[in-house]
Design a protein around this ligand. Structure first.
Ligand SMILES: C[S@@+](CC[C@H](N)C(=O)[O-])C[C@H]1O[C@@H](n2cnc3c(N)ncnc32)[C@H](O)[C@@H]1O
Length: 253
């Protein structure tokens, strides 16, 4: 019995694959690679059997992986990594001891790096909330995005399916004021685009570009992350550092 790796593959650029991930991938004979990894990881996948996990039912896929991992290591490329919104939990649980999960660069990590911004900043934002309108639920007790959006919150919205003008209106009500907003489209992939604006101007800045695939008959979420919050434009400066240096970090004899 060989390992089945669930490799945090990052946003799509092989430069963001970890060294552990690259080693596991190299060892594997079969790789389950969702789009667009078949293309962007093509060099690393040469000579391997490449399959798309979403082509199979649960029963078909688990049977395949059990049988393939009798012969050689198998890998799943997990978009971003396992931490948030990963669909592979049923396989990880069912495959038991042969599973090895390797962490990777989550989309939030790559987004923060592209923006050059830390997503919580004491004194500006004191909490970050990860949410998706697709998974908040629709029962009477389900929280709404409007309730999650509040001063002091950095909101990271995955898999958005709300039209942009409606989304900014909801967020504007939640924050109670205009705050900075970023759309990060196809990070680490061809066609990468980052729009930094604010709730009041984002819809106009984006115009008729369909960053969320809402005009198409395709239920799959688009590769766009939304980040909202004051930390996006905050510039804390030397006093911010010095306060912490004085009160927290400075060596005390
Ligand atoms: C199923 S979630 C995957 C999240 C991933 N497991 C993580 O931890 O980062 C898919 C959503 O992640 C975001 N996403 C995935 N890849 C992206 C990329 N390359 N650029 C921007 N957003 C991306 C989009 O919001 C997309 O709808």
């Amino acid at each position: 019995m060989f390992p089945v790796y669930f490799i945090g593959a990052g946003p799509g650029d092989p430069g963001m694959l970890t060294l552990d991930g690259a080693r596991a991938l190299e060892d594997s004979a079969t790789v389950y690679a969702p789009e667009p990894y078949g293309e962007t990881f093509a060099k690393l996948l040469q000579g391997k059997q490449i399959l798309i996990p979403f082509d199979y039912s649960y029963e078909e896929l688990i049977a395949r992986v059990r049988s393939e991992s009798e012969q050689a290591p198998v890998s799943f490329l997990v978009p971003g990594d396992l931490t948030f919104y990963s669909p592979f939990q049923p396989f990880i649980d069912a495959l038991g001891e042969r599973v090895k999960v390797l962490p990777g660069v989550g989309i939030a990590n790559a987004a923060a790096a592209r923006l050059g911004k830390t997503l919580d900043l004491p004194g500006v934002c004191n909490r970050a909330i990860i949410a998706s309108p697709r998974t908040l639920g629709d029962g009477p007790d389900a929280p709404t995005l409007e309730e999650l959006a509040a001063p002091g919150v950095t909101l990271l919205i995955y898999m958005n399916n709300i039209p942009l003008p409606e989304l900014v209106a909801v967020l504007r009500r939640g924050y109670g004021k205009n705050v900075p907003m970023a759309l990060l489209h196809r990070i680490g992939l061809p066609g990468e685009e980052i729009v930094l604006a604010d709730l009041d101007t984002m819809a106009e800045r984006v115009g008729d570009r369909d960053f969320f695939n809402l005009g198409q008959n395709n239920p799959r979420p688009s590769l766009t992350l939304v980040i909202v919050g004051e930390t996006l434009t905050a510039e804390p400066g030397g006093d911010w550092w010095n306060w912490r240096w004085e009160h927290v970090w400075k060596h005390r004899a």
